[in-house]
Structure formats: C-alpha cells, structure tokens
Design a protein around this ligand. Structure first.
Ligand code: ADP
Ligand code: MG
Length: 257
C-alpha cells in the first residue's frame, strides 16, 4: 500500500522542494513507484522535474476544484518510476475559494484515494505557510517529514509545525505520524550548523533522520536544468545524501514488515 508523506515546514527556503524532488527521485531509482504531488502554487517541484508550470494545463487545482481525474493530470518524468501531479499558478486560489466549503480540509485526501494501489510512495510538497493547502496535505498524509535548516531559530520554527501536526492529529487525521525531522543545508565547517544539529538531536532523538543533507551547490544548480540531482551529478554529495535518505526510509519499512 502507498505511503503518503507530507513534506512540510511553514518556513520558506528550508529545503522542502529540494527534498521532495530528490527523495522522490532516489526512491524511484530504487524502483519504487513514486508520485510527487506539488501542493505549492510556486510550482518549484513541477519545474524541478523538468515541466513548465505555465504549459502543463491542469494540475492539483483542477483535481481539487473541477474533480478532474488524476489520470488526466499526472505526468511522467525522465525517470520511469517517477510521476508528478503538477502545480499551476491558479492553485493560489484555493486558499480563498475553499474557505466556505464543508470538505475544504479533506478534498486532497478524497481525490488521492484512488491512487493508493498504483504508487509505493506519494510525496506531497507543501507551500511555506500553514494555510489550507498545507492542511489538505497533512490531512491526506500518513506521515510528515520536516526539513529543518541548521540555523538560528530552527527550534522555534519546529515547535510551531509540531503544534500544527498535533492539532491535525486531534481533529482531522488521528493516524498522522511524524516520519522524521531532516537536517538540511548542513555545513560541516560552520559551528552553528553543528550546534543546531546537536540541539535538535538532543531534544528529538530518534525522530531525527540519521542522514543529514549537506549544503551542496549541485543541489541548488540542478533545478535550473529541470533535473533531480541524481541525473545532474550522481556523484555529488547532495545526490549521495538523498540516496542515503531513501535507503534509511526504505529500511524502516523492511524492519516493520
Ligand atoms: N542542501 C542544499 N544545498 C544547497 N542549496 C540548497 C540545499 N537545499 C536547498 N537548496 C537551495 O535553497 C533554496 C531553497 O530550497 P527549497 O528546497 O526550494 O526550499 P523550500 O521548498 O523549503 O522553500 C533553493 O534555491 C535550493 O536550490
Ligand atoms: Mg518549495
């Protein structure tokens, strides 16, 4: 059965999209069937796998609003095991158009249900806010992966997203789990990076992925080529770290089954 993982943090620029694209590609390289669901109107995951958001026609907005069939919207990528439900700019409208709808928080969950048998993993890339789009993703998900940049105030931001997760558990999605906290943009030459990483590991222990993602220029270059980093430079530290993260994630399910 598919595992749906929401990649969320209300802060922008912490590595959500980079993680969605590159963890998805790494799982696909391990021959798991993966669907990225781009829930961010900025559509960075969509362009990150090589699509042009203004040219895709329909995406998550049409799925949520027009009840379009997922099959009409899902696009393939240059990796055969990786597909994407793209975002288009009109997705921004959801935040206001949905306010009065009774099922506004669980539309995504309802619409994705039919896909469960076709994929091993659904990775939901969230916008940098805790609005309705992120709420829909949290309600649709089995678990949340929180990318955390190793910088000042990282723990304060973490407290906020963990509070949101708790409220979603208490209301709409009691089964929601914490998949883990992922340390991103780790700079081994920077003392602050080490301090933040130590503090997060001290507070959250086993809830932090053992794999951390280093700051790596290849990771920031590959989106402009519309490629996950493993297609752009598989030997780079960035690529190797996301492959390791995929293995860490997969090993959990082997242990569990
Ligand atoms: N590990 C990393 N090393 C170097 N640059 C990174 C890394 N992770 C992300 N970036 C860059 O930082 C910026 C923000 O990352 P992004 O994944 O888009 O964050 P978010 O989706 O949380 O807003 C992007 O330009 C991205 O290419
Ligand atoms: Mg993003």
């Amino acid at each position: 059965l598919a595992r749906t993982i929401c990649i969320a943090n209300q802060k922008g620029g912490v590595g959500k999209t980079t993680t969605a694209v590159n963890l998805a590609a790494s799982l696909a390289a391990a021959e798991r069937r993966v669907l990225i669901v781009d829930c961010d109107p900025q559509a960075n995951a969509t362009s990150g796998v090589g699509l042009t958001p203004s040219a895709v026609g329909s995406g998550v907005y049409q799925l949520l609003v027009d009840s379009a069939q997922p099959d009409q919207i899902i696009q393939s990528t240059s990796l055969s095991y990786l597909s994407i439900l793209p975002a288009t700019i009109d997705l921004i409208g959801v935040e206001v158009e949905f306010v009065t709808l009774a099922d506004r928080h669980r539309r995504l969950r309802d619409r994705l249900q039919s896909l469960a048998g076709r994929f091993d993993f659904l990775l939901l890339d969230c916008p940098p806010s805790l609005g309705l789009l992120t709420l829909n993703a949290l309600v649709a998900a089995d678990s949340v992966l929180i990318p955390l940049q190793c910088e000042y105030f990282a723990l304060e931001g973490l407290t906020q997203i963990l509070g949101t997760i708790r409220r979603v558990q208490e209301t709409f999605n009691p089964g929601l789990e914490l998949e883990g906290i992922l340390l991103t943009m780790f700079d081994s030459r920077n003392n602050l990076s080490h301090q933040v990483a130590e503090e997060v590991r001290r507070h959250f222990g086993g809830q932090v992925f053992q794999t951390s993602i280093p700051r790596n220029v290849r990771l920031s270059e590959s989106p402009s080529f519309g490629q996950p980093v493993l297609l752009y430079d598989i030997r780079s530290k960035g690529s190797q770290s996301y492959l390791a993260l995929a293995q860490e994630l997969l090993s959990r399910f082997k242990e569990a089954s």
